[in-house]
Write a protein that binds this ligand. Structure first.
Ligand SMILES: [Mn+2]
Length: 319
């Protein structure tokens, strides 16, 4: 692995950068990419966002969200470097790298990173990739401003579950304390992120909670989002991964499992409250993530097939 100052040196020595993140970008992916792109432009570099995804609705308030419009899906021919942020492996990049011959710089905080870059900086003790980008901008002597601070704050806030997850450290709070000096309106950021749901989402939450089930003596809670629910509520395209966290609000639960029926199969979100390692389960099915937050995608499977497979694995550890 490289040091952050080596990464900074490579950046200083080059001119053109495509910057990308993982598919289905979240607050940390978007926040870290947008902060770095703005910082690189301040250095006089050519920098642009590469994304096969659109900005999620609740992140539309971030600067540069207009630059994620689905037209840059691969690095430009003349780009020296592709910087990949918050993404553990090449397969999950929201970027087509099949023709790319330049160098990849991989900066991430996922413990299971494949080190797929020519240069790699992975710090799993960082709460968010945005926390690392804060340090990288420092290494590059880039003066922060309100717009950059807003992006980094959003990334850290979302990846720490508003500073409640165990990945939150004193260093996280130190970084955030500095970010608040750049005149960001943290109350407004919080509202834009969390108090901004379509009414249909609230109705969906009601349906999902009404149908959820406690299993394994209350240690696991199972939630479903079915196509039928989405159809009945006229919901077309909505991120529902956050619903999994409701399961952990129940006393004595250890694991929350959300199964979402999609057009191609089933998406599974796994969350753990304390010690249980859900990544271990996810990896058995080709998924991945963090110890307390992981995901799996099953193609061409029905909801009940996936439910059986997943519960069989949990039974080995929770029964
Ligand atoms: Mn992250």
């Amino acid at each position: 692995m490289n040091s952050l100052s080596e990464i900074a040196d490579i950046i200083k020595a080059n001119h053109s950068f495509g910057v990308t993140y993982h598919v289905s970008p979240d607050g940390d992916a978007c926040g870290s990419v947008m902060a770095l792109v703005q910082g690189l432009r301040k250095l006089g570099k050519e920098a642009y966002i590469i994304s096969r995804d659109l900005t999620p609705d609740n992140l539309g308030f971030l600067p540069l969200s207009m630059e994620i419009a689905g037209h840059n899906t691969k690095p430009k021919n003349n780009s020296d470097i592709l910087i990949a942020l918050d993404c553990g492996n090449e397969e999950r990049l929201s970027c087509d790298i099949s023709d790319f011959t330049g160098m990849i710089i991989n900066v991430d905080h996922h413990i299971t990173n494949d080190m797929y870059g020519r240069f790699n900086y992975v710090d799993s003790s960082s709460s968010a990739t945005s926390e690392i980008i804060y340090s990288l901008l420092n290494e590059l002597d880039i003066e922060l401003d309100t717009s950059i601070a807003k992006c980094l704050y959003t990334g850290i806030l979302t990846d720490t579950g508003s500073f409640r997850h165990s990945n939150t450290t004193s260093s996280t709070h130190r970084v955030v304390s500095n970010l608040l000096n750049y005149n960001i309106n943290h109350t407004k950021i919080h509202s834009a992120l969390f108090d901004n749901k379509p009414f249909s989402k609230l109705k969906l939450i009601g349906r999902v909670l009404d149908d959820c089930k406690l299993l394994f003596n209350g240690k696991l809670i199972l939630l479903y989002v079915t196509k039928q629910m989405l159809n009945e509520l006229n919901i077309d395209n909505m991120d529902t991964g956050d619903l999994v966290s409701y399961g952990l609000q129940v006393e004595n639960t250890e694991v929350s499992v959300l199964l979402k029926e999609t057009d191609c199969g089933v998406k599974v979100s796994l969350r753990s409250k304390n010690e249980f390692d859900v990544r271990n389960i996810a990896e058995k099915f080709g998924g991945g993530g963090h110890i307390k937050a992981s995901g799996i995608t099953f193609n061409d499977c029905t909801l009940s097939e996936v439910k059986d497979k997943i519960l069989n694995e949990f039974a080995k550890e929770l029964d």
